[in-house]
Ligand binder design. Structure first.
Ligand code: COA
Length: 174
C-alpha cells in the first residue's frame, strides 16, 4: 500500500530501512526513539498484531503511527476497538498535515475491521497539540475518566501526571 497524496506527502508501511533512519532523525530534536522499538513494531506487523505507517515529506521521513489490533486497554479490547498508538511527527515537519494523513490512513485500515477507532492521549502540556488534533477530528472521551496504567483513576486519588496517565478517546468511523 502506498498512498501518494496531493503535494509532497506519501503514506506507506514501515520498512526495515526506516528502523535505522528514525533514531538519528529524532535525536536531532533530542528525543530517544531507539531502533529496537521500530524493529519490534515490524515484528508485530509480521505477526499480525500491529499496523505501522510512515509519513514522508518530499522523500524525507516525517513521522509514523501504529495501530494495535488488540488494545492493551481492557475497555477497548473487550469492545474490539483497535487502538491508534504512538503517533509521532518530527518537530521539523509539524503543521504540514502529516499527522492528519497518517490518521486518515490508520482510520481507513481500522474501518475495514471495526466501526470505531480508539486512542489514548496524555494530559500534560506536551500533549496539547495532540489533544487539539484529536478533538478537531471528532474523537470524544470514552466516558471512563482518566486512566493510569490502563486502570480508571477514582475520585480523590492522587496520580503522577506522566505518560501512564491517559484519557482514552474514540471516534465512530462508519
Ligand atoms: C500531535 C502531532 C502528532 C501533530 O502532528 P502534525 O503533523 O503537526 O499535525 P497536523 O499538521 O496534521 O495538524 C492537524 C491539526 O491539528 C491541530 N494542531 C496540530 N498541532 C497543533 C498545535 N501545535 N497547536 C494547535 N493546534 C494544533 C490543528 O488543528 C491542525 O490543523 P491546522 O494546522 O490546519 O491548524 C505532533 O505535534 C507530535 O508529534 N507531537 C508530539 C508527539 C505526540 O504528542 N503524539 C501524540 C501522542 S497521543
Amino acid at each position: 500500500m502506498l498512498t501518494p497524496l496531493s503535494g509532497p506527502t506519501v503514506i506507506r508501511p514501515l520498512t526495515l530501512a526506516d528502523c535505522a533512519r528514525f533514531p538519528p532523525a529524532f535525536a536531532v530534536q533530542g528525543w530517544d526513539e531507539p531502533e529496537a522499538k521500530f524493529r519490534r513494531y515490524l515484528g508485530e506487523v509480521e505477526a499480525g498484531e500491529r499496523a505501522a505507517l510512515v509519513a514522508e515529506w518530499a522523500g524525507e521521513l516525517g513521522g509514523y503511527v501504529t495501530v494495535l489490533w488488540k488494545s492493551p486497554y481492557e475497555a477497548f479490547r473487550a469492545a474490539g476497538i483497535p487502538e491508534i498508538s504512538d503517533l509521532n511527527v518530527l518537530a521539523a515537519y509539524r503543521r504540514r498535515g502529516l499527522a492528519t494523513a497518517l490518521l486518515d490512513e490508520a482510520e481507513r485500515l481500522i474501518a475495514e475491521r471495526s466501526p470505531i477507532a480508539g486512542l489514548g492521549v496524555g494530559l500534560y502540556p506536551d500533549y496539547g497539540p495532540a489533544q487539539i488534533l484529536y478533538a478537531r477530528r471528532g474523537y470524544v472521551p470514552d466516558g471512563r475518566g482518566v486512566c493510569y496504567g490502563g486502570r480508571p483513576v477514582l475520585g480523590g486519588a492522587t496520580i503522577r501526571l506522566d505518560d501512564d496517565a491517559l484519557l482514552f478517546l474514540t471516534r465512530r468511523l462508519r
